[in-house]
Ligand binder design. Structure first.
Ligand SMILES: Cc1cc2nc3c(=O)[nH]c(=O)nc-3n(C[C@H](O)[C@H](O)[C@H](O)COP(=O)(O)OP(=O)(O)OC[C@H]3O[C@@H](n4cnc5c(N)ncnc54)[C@H](O)[C@@H]3O)c2cc1C
Length: 817
């Protein structure tokens, strides 16, 4: 009996700590020997023999290859689905970072906690406090979105002059060369003031000509364009999407044929005769900044049917920079995306001749366009839309928190009703999740990583949380947020939600195909090694990878079972106290996720790619593990403030609960029912044990959002808060402070009324009566009067004269292609 228990304990420990094959051999041999020598059992020679054969096969590599991994290699090569070039390029793009730890089933928290805290340089901080603050103060979003349908000329000029369009451009070209962290914080701050301005700043700094030129441009292209982009002399756009290719951008029908031709360079006026170039035809739509762009980044498929460049006829997707003044470029008309007025429009051209020198990177980069785009996407996707989502979170936390305290119904501030505080807690909790998730990824970017999987996680989860926070903020504000006008600070953002959801990889596609699809191959410690070995026909590398992989699976079975049985109580944690159990739970579910991931690949093989609902749930598991760890990292970074514990708990507990929902859904739908049953028993031996954050925690978060204090301050830090009481957002903080300060006085007035001390009826008259009869001082009278005025300013909405409808109707002239 003791020997059997010892054996189970030894196997458990070997598997739990992922011991190498040799360690297994030595420990099990020692156990057998101890049976014979120590306990006096007679171990049959047959058992020793069997053990020796298995040990030899597993430890002697040539033997292992001959009898075990070699045959597996043959089968693996046959069943591994062929990868298209675009898939390979997507897989190879970017780097893996903290996501690999989460995939490992054994995240290294010391590593997480040792990542440097993202910081702003003195210059970056000055830019945020100076030009960015000033830009925000110049933005009147209602005027922009309703009246001008554009940024006013002085705002455009300010953006260009101050270098906002060149935040990513290197200093030697006249750009600001900001860190990714600073870049994101600038976008966030502007976006808390208005989406149109934020998008106009964000796009040239995101995936587009600037980014592509810096990475791949020829020296001549960099020297010419980058200083012009940095100062807004040139305004770029990047055109990939066509009416026929949106999500499936690799299938664009736009093409360029290699030929000889003549052209006049619009930049110099020089005429060039009989040069080697391309005859390009394209039809693109939804291109941001296209209507005002001076250079058009254009993606098309390049063909060389006459072999003017070489043997290859289909050269592949190519990116070129075309001055928009070039003969044949049609550009300048506008689309009108909902809720925003940033420039966006179509562009088209037929048989437009461009020289080969206009290809980004020159001739050498012909056909490299897809690789260039996916490589750069991982950076931009971590910054722009996630930063805009954070901005929505901050703005809604700031406004809804204050509004819910200022607005009262049934004799109470609405935020004190549980139904409302539930919605408010989601706003605060998701805002925390969005910011911490982005900050951790920015840390990675500034360490030189290009975490492509995490960029997809951020794109999807931040924009989805933006959608949820805005929905909740709309609900809490009621009619105040429905009626549009200058006093409505979130109606436009609400209308614009689908833009963030759709662009840079639509969310349905990102969740169901990209996050796990890329993650499974990129972050898994062995799968990519195995696939590369299969493609390179490298049996030695395959042998090492597959043995490690089997060990990995055994380990995750044992770890998941043990951590499930014990509720991860004995798992290690880098911190004691309130957060320790979260670290332990993350370890538990990281092992479970790694196991489910392997079992999904094992049972579904290549068809997993098409089981998008399962793939999406695996992606949700990875994403929520990431978000939970990012919360813990941030909590530590902020000095583990007790005040923030409620929001941390809300954020981590709900992330882990969402992860459990994904695991439950996955197990309920895995086609191999027997396997699903077994996995459920291993991972959830006592059933589904996690609960979402409690109502009590939610109420704490909501209450902290309604009062000036550390948590409200930290959640909204970095947003633009207009100082003026005349501003719809600015007045909220003034009103909140005034109402909190005069609350005892209002109570006193209510009591006096109850005691029958007033002869007048209305609140206004009673206030005047109170000061007249000396029940309150003149200063108290003025304070209450001011608070009531500010409150009225907050709750009122706009009304317009009848000309409003006519104004909108006549604004745009429709054009049909
Ligand atoms: C305001 C705005 C600005 C834009 N700016 C630019 C720009 O500057 N440059 C540029 O090149 N493009 C731009 N775009 C285009 C944008 O990138 C595309 O809209 C986006 O790629 C999605 O394409 P689509 O809208 O045609 O949707 P579709 O590709 O038609 O997709 C429709 C739906 O099907 C889903 N779907 C498609 N395939 C799959 C799949 N395999 N699995 C699961 N779901 C799938 C999508 O997720 C989506 O929900 C912009 C678009 C908008 C609206």
């Amino acid at each position: 009996m003791f020997a059997a228990v010892l054996l189970i304990a030894l196997i458990g420990a070997l598997a739990y700590y992922r011991a190498p094959v040799l360690a297994w051999t030595v420990v099990l041999a020692a156990w057998l020997a101890s049976l014979q020598l120590g306990f006096g059992y007679g171990v049959p020679t047959l058992l020793w023999g069997g053990f020796a054969v298995i040990a030899a096969v597993l430890n002697i590599i040539p033997l292992r290859r001959a009898v075990f991994t070699g045959p597996v290699f043959g089968v693996f090569r046959k069943i591994t689905p062929a990868m298209s070039q675009t898939e390979q390029e997507a897989i190879n793009a970017g780097t893996v970072w903290w996501d690999r730890d989460l995939f490992s089933g054994k995240p290294d928290y010391q590593r997480l906690l040792s990542f440097p805290d993202p910081k702003l340089s003195v210059e970056e901080q000055a830019f945020l406090d100076g030009p960015t603050e000033q830009l925000c103060s110049m933005i009147d979003d209602w005027k922009i979105t309703h009246e001008l349908k554009d940024l006013p000329p002085d705002v455009w000029q300010f953006i260009k002059d101050q270098g906002f369009l060149g935040m990513i451009v290197k200093k030697k070209y006249g750009g600001l060369e900001f860190s990714n962290y600073a870049h994101a914080k600038v976008v966030t701050k502007i976006a808390t003031r208005g989406g149109t301005a934020a998008v106009s700043v964000m796009v040239p700094n995101s995936l587009g000509p600037g980014e592509l030129l810096q990475h791949y441009g020829t020296e001549e292209q960099k020297d010419y364009y980058l200083p012009r982009l940095a100062k807004g002399v040139d305004v770029p756009c990047f055109a990939l999407t066509s009416p026929y290719a949106g999500s499936d951008a690799g299938s664009i029908p736009d093409y360029g044929i290699v030929c000889r031709g003549s052209y006049t360079d619009p930049r110099t006026g020089e005429q060039h005769e009989n040069v080697l170039g391309l005859r390009v035809s394209w039809e693109k739509r939804w291109i941001t900044l296209a209507p005002v762009a001076t250079i058009l980044g254009l993606a098309f498929k390049m063909y060389d049917p006459d072999h003017l460049l070489g043997d290859k006829e289909e050269i592949g997707i190519t990116c070129a920079l075309v001055p928009t003044e070039h003969v044949g470029v049609c550009i300048g008309r506008r689309h009108y995306p909902g809720g925003a007025a940033f420039m966006n429009g179509p562009t088209w051209g037929k048989d437009v001749f461009i020289p080969l020198e206009w290809i980004i990177g020159g001739r050498e980069f012909a056909g490299q366009g897809w690789r260039m785009l996916v490589e750069c996407l991982s950076v931009g996707r971590c910054i722009s839309l996630p930063a805009m989502s954070v901005a929505c979170g901050k703005l809604t936390t700031f406004t809804t928190g204050a509004y819910a305290r200022i607005r009262d119904q049934f004799g109470l501030p609405i935020g004190k009703f549980e139904g409302v505080d539930e919605a408010m807690a989601r706003i605060g909790g998701y805002t925390y999740q969005m910011e911490v998730a982005q900050d951790l990824a920015l840390t990675g970017l500034d360490m030189g990583e290009k975490p492509s999987v995490l960029s997809a996680v951020l794109k999807y989860h931040n924009t989805e949380r933006m959608r949820k926070t805005l929905n909740d903020a709309m609900d809490v504000h009621g009619g105040k947020a429905v009626v549009l006008g200058p006093r409505n600070y979130q109606g436009r953002a609400y209308q614009s939600i689908p833009i963030g959801i759709t662009v840079e990889g639509d969310n349905i596609l990102t969740r169901s195909m990209i996050i796990y699809g890329q993650g499974a191959i990129r972050c898994h410690p062995f799968v990519l090694r195995e696939m590369k070995a299969a493609m390179a026909n490298d049996a030695t590398e395959f042998d090492l990878a597959i043995t490690g992989h089997i060990n990995f699976v055994i380990s995750n079975v044992v770890r998941s079972l043990w951590l499930g049985l014990t509720g991860a109580r004995f798992a290690s944690s880098p911190r004691s106290g309130a957060t320790a159990r979260y670290y332990k739970q993350i370890t538990r579910f990281s092992s479970a996720f790694a196991l489910l991931s392997d079992m999904a690949m094992f049972s579904l093989g290549g068809s997993l790619k098409f089981r998008e609902k399962l793939s999406a749930r695996l992606g949700d598991m990875l994403s929520n593990l990431y978000i939970a760890t990012a919360c813990l990292k941030r909590f530590e970074r902020e000095g583990a403030q007790k005040e923030d514990l409620a929001v941390l708990r809300w954020a981590v507990e709900n992330a882990l609960f969402d992860l459990q929902v994904a695991m439950d859904g996955f197990l309920a739908n895995l086609p191999s029912r027997g396997l699903a049953w077994l996995l459920r028993k291993i991972i959830f031996p006592w059933g589904l044990s996690l609960k979402p954050a409690s109502d009590r925690i939610g109420t704490k978060v909501a209450r902290a959002m309604m009062e000036p204090g550390g948590m409200r301050e930290r959640l909204t830090r970095g947003m633009y808060v207009p100082p003026s009481e005349d501003d719809a957002v600015g007045v909220l903080q003034h009103a909140l402070n005034a109402i909190l300060a005069t609350e005892p006085l209002e109570q006193k007035l209510r009591k006096l009324a109850r005691d029958g001390r007033f002869s007048s009826i209305t609140a206004k008259e009673r206030l005047e009566e109170a000061v007249r009869s000396g029940l309150i001082t003149q200063a108290e009278f003025e304070a209450v009067q001011r608070a009531r005025k500010l409150k009225r300013d907050v709750i009122m909405v706009d009304d317009f004269d009848m000309a409003l409808a006519q104004h909108d109707a006549g604004l745009l002239q429709r054009h049909i292609f």
